[in-house]
Design a protein around this ligand. Sequence first.
Ligand code: ADP
Ligand code: MG
Length: 722
Amino acid sequence: MSSFSLASRLDGALGGKTAKALERAFAMHTVGDLLAHYPRRYAKRGELTEIALLPLGEPVTIVAEVRTVSERRMQNRKGSILEVIISDGHGNLALTFFNQGWRKNNLTPGRRGIFAGKVGEYRGAKQLAHPDYELFDDEETARMTAEANAHLPIPIYPATSALSSWQIAKIVALVLDGLGDIADPLPEHARARGGYLDARTAIERIHRPDFEEQIAPALETLRMHEAFVLQTALLQQRAFVRSMSATSRAPGVLLEDFDAALPFERTPDQVAVGDSIADDLQAPWPMNRLVQGEVGSGKTLVALRAMLQVAESGGQSALIAPTEVLAAQHLRSIARMLGTRLAPELMPTLLTGQMPAAERRKAALRVASGQARIVVGTHALLSASTTFADLGLVVVDEQHRFGVDQREALRAKGTAPHALVLTATPIPRTVAMTVFGDLDVSTIRTMPPGRAGIDTYVAPIGEKPAWFARVWERIAEEVGKGHQAFVVCAAIDAEALSRADEEESAEGPVDEGGQAPRTRWGVVQVGELLSRHPAFSSIRVQILHGKMPSEEKDAVMQAFARGDIDVVVATTVVEVGVDVANASAMVILEADRFGVSQLHQLRGRVGRGGVPGLCLLVTESARGSLARERVEAVAETLDGFLLAEVDLDLRGEGDVLGGTQSGARSSLRLLRVAKDADLIAQARILAEQLLLDDPALVRNPGLAAAIERRVSTEERAALAKN
Ligand code: ADP
Ligand code: MG
């Protein structure tokens, strides 16, 4: 039998056609990629639930046969419902799928399969909405019916419409049969002490367990591998940055003058973070620090002080912001904070893609000559035509909108400049350790005194439909008082959503909880609603979303900032939007569709000036449901760190990080930073010890190989994104 390793290419290990299919469906290239595609769950024939006994609200797995299939249009909104009746010989059960008519092509009467989902109720009858299912071919039907196999757990893999779980299981089995020895990433002493399985056994048992009891130890081992490989990689990256030599930047009179002229006391957190940064900048290696603090906590001040320290020895600082408007806003506030004496000396300069060519050329010249010691800009800073005389510090604002690649691209404009990353998304400690494990992390927890604050209310329109009208009246009242408002929607166009739903669902289950479909609100629909609303007849409403050309978006933001627009109806593009001190109210529709931290982030847009803010969280989610709990948590506290922990507990790290922090996300498979906090911490200590002893991993080839595989997976993910 041929033997291959985790690094072997799939097209060598399998037929070319199969390899192509795996590449297309899951971007897999190697045997290691395939074997890291773990089952989502396991079904066991002996434990299958009888339809007659299905418990409401519980996850179940049923082996049954398709009886009838019917599709009908929905009455109250666009779209269709596919209803499939299955039977296990004792009872019948309905499966429902919204807007997935294509499923009738394989869910044909007479076919047997395994169906998994949560039992819901609709109009008094039990049903499974959007279940996972696997249809058997004849061979599998025979296997499932054989008494001898009653104990065998059946792995259920994440599948697509083109590659079923059953096919994946067969491919995995083929590869496992031909797999040679695997070098363990975990050193032997750690493996023995932690009671972990060897790598080969763990991989075998997660894919092909003989008994259910084999699954948990295999999972534990592979979870540890993941944490350990990740922490080692991050610590190596950190060590790599520390091995570079940077220009040490000592503070001097610029910073002294600035502090002396500051009209307020710095908060204790600002002082502490400032001290860490001051030390970092004087080290002989580049600073690599993340500062997290909520919107308005004073991060810009901290960053500006770092720039002044660098400027003391003639060094330049570049601040890169995610949008033109934000960059311009940063420049204005920096110029204002520097005051009339320091500003001319440091020449803060804006450099963005949308500047008129002549102006931009002038700005670029100032940057290249080193005259401008503070440069603020957008992606234009990364362009080849932008050069610096002496780039000493790179500041990246709003980390979650940037990837590591961009941070590194900007860094490459200087010789090992210091780097400071600012984020307004509070990150729980274990997440920081996992995602930003190569950075030093500082936190500004306290807010400067004297903010007007923000009141948040839940509008539960499921139980109290009348509140929906009240919400709009309330907004009209705010505008009547001379203030401005945001309306945030989860979607651009609710009408177009039915199509999107269909595409998404090819990936996996959509948990509709067996409930009737809810009303969707897109930016477009709300814009129309308000244009017809009598209370809004003299109110200037504009829509804003990510599909608009960026000049148009900027124009709307700027008009809103000037006060030429009263109400902006937008998607989450406003999350990192402009500072509008006059904006006092925000409505968030379908609030339960957002993460807890995201809701908190969004409402940070209002109540920024002297006017107290009002935030109305509109939701149809049922009282007592998890979705409702999350929305209520946001209404109950203003502590962003507390909310980040809530998010982590309730939903997992993906939502804390946001969709764009994908480099780390795509590589987390079994690890869950909330549940596995202890394991991650343990892995970090283990990695630290090992690297002290063997920094280049020459005596740990299994670990070195695992890191290399991981890095190449990430690079591919990054490439696929661009
Ligand atoms: P962030 O960048 O974290 O959103 P900023 O640095 O922009 O916060 O600060 C928000 C506002 O608070 C600015 O107007 C700033 O001048 C002010 N500010 C910052 N630190 C303090 C402080 N310690 N006391 C009073 N006001 C402060
Ligand atoms: Mg800021």
